[in-house]
Design a protein around this ligand. Structure first.
Ligand code: GLY
Length: 349
């Protein structure tokens, strides 16, 4: 039988299920240091970096700042790649992955294939802080979140359901699902079907003491096989940090990152002395080289079939991003103001 939901956080509406993650697992603010804070995120993370820098300027831990920053996007039904409103798996069920890493303790935690919980990054933080494990999946992750008082919510918005239904009704002309007449289908629905959503949000934060924290959270690849886990919750793949070196994360099609542990590659490249920019480009080249050995991931011109973006934040506050093909963006807050930066691609097309 389902346990009663903690009334402190649940008020019966979806909006209420978007809680301040500072209330459920964050540390109280401490002293403020003298260093300039910096935050970087994927292109959908402008509000995340703004919030994260505001928090570290008020003494919050860099991981708590990152988790609270991405919570804005996790709760936003308009972002179809993360949290509430994320596009579902092939059965029409939203399954989320999320992970965190904390610089000062070199701690990490993740949840994968978690259903009905809007803030997987905050659950991952509790896996790190309140268990001896690093990764909890599926029903176990949901029960763990419930035990800590996270409210449950149906993550499938009406908009995401309609997009999924259209995918289901158009995927095979020989099955028994029949789409509505064309004029009844909104143009943007076609866009989601033409190009699969692989979005995600990553956020890395450097606080005023020079300490790092990072998180990556996602609804994963749209229409994925139920139970599929991408790179986002895998430490070393979707994110990685070393408090002495820097932090990195990724968005895009996760399988190539799983096969290369790209975020770990980027941090290790920075440890060897590469700049954030060179570390990102080296990782993109490695992913490109290894991926095309598999015909599933190789286009006829010998390049990869997928796009992926990387974000890196070095311990000294320098940062960079890069992507396989044009189109990637990055949100940056340099301590003074936030902006969107267009990423340099490895390949022009
Ligand atoms: N990078 C997100 C995913 O592949 O699930």
């Amino acid at each position: 039988m389902r346990r009663p939901i903690n009334r402190r956080f649940f008020m019966g509406t979806t909006a209420a299920a978007s809680l301040s993650t500072l209330a459920i697992g964050a540390s109280p603010p401490a002293t403020v240091g003298s260093r300039r804070p910096t935050a970087v995120a994927s292109g959908n993370g402008l509000r995340a970096v703004e919030r994260a820098v505001e928090l570290v300027k008020n003494g919050y831990d860099p991981l708590d700042a990152a988790v609270e920053g991405v919570a804005i996007v996790e709760a936003d039904p308009a972002d179809n790649s993360v949290g509430y409103g994320g596009l579902p798996n092939e059965d029409g069920v939203v399954e989320l992955d999320g992970a965190v890493m904390h610089g000062p303790t070199h701690g990490g935690g993740s949840v994968a294939s978690i259903r009905n919980i809007m803030h997987p990054a905050a659950v991952a933080r509790l896996v790190m802080k309140r268990t001896r494990h690093c990764l909890i999946v599926g029903d176990g992750a949901l029960r763990f979140a419930r035990a800590h008082g996270f409210p449950e919510v149906d993550l499938l918005t009406d908009e995401s359901r309609k997009i999924w239904l259209h995918w289901k009704e158009t995927r095979d002309p020989n099955d028994d699902w029949v789409p509505p007449p064309e004029p009844e289908v909104a143009d943007h629905v076609h866009e989601y079907i033409k190009k699969r959503v692989t979005g995600t949000i990553h956020c890395s934060v450097l606080d005023t003491h020079g300490d790092l924290g990072c998180t990556t959270t996602t609804s994963g690849l749209s229409w994925k096989i139920p139970g599929r886990v991408g790179d986002s919750p895998i430490l070393g793949a979707g994110l990685y940090l070393d408090n002495e070196v820097g932090s990195a994360g990724s968005t895009g099609v996760g399988e190539a990152n799983l096969l290369n542990l790209s975020s770990h590659l980027i941090v290790e490249a920075m440890r060897r002395g590469l700049t954030a920019k060179d570390a990102v480009m080296e990782a993109l080249k490695r992913v490109a080289e290894t991926s095309v050995r598999d015909p599933k991931r190789r286009r006829p011109d010998g390049k990869t079939t997928f796009n992926v973006s990387f974000y890196a934040l070095a311990k000294d506050g320098t940062f960079a991003g890069g992507c396989m093909y044009p189109g990637g963006k990055m949100a940056v807050h340099d301590g003074d103001s936030a902006r969107i930066v267009v990423l340099d691609p490895l390949y022009e097309k």
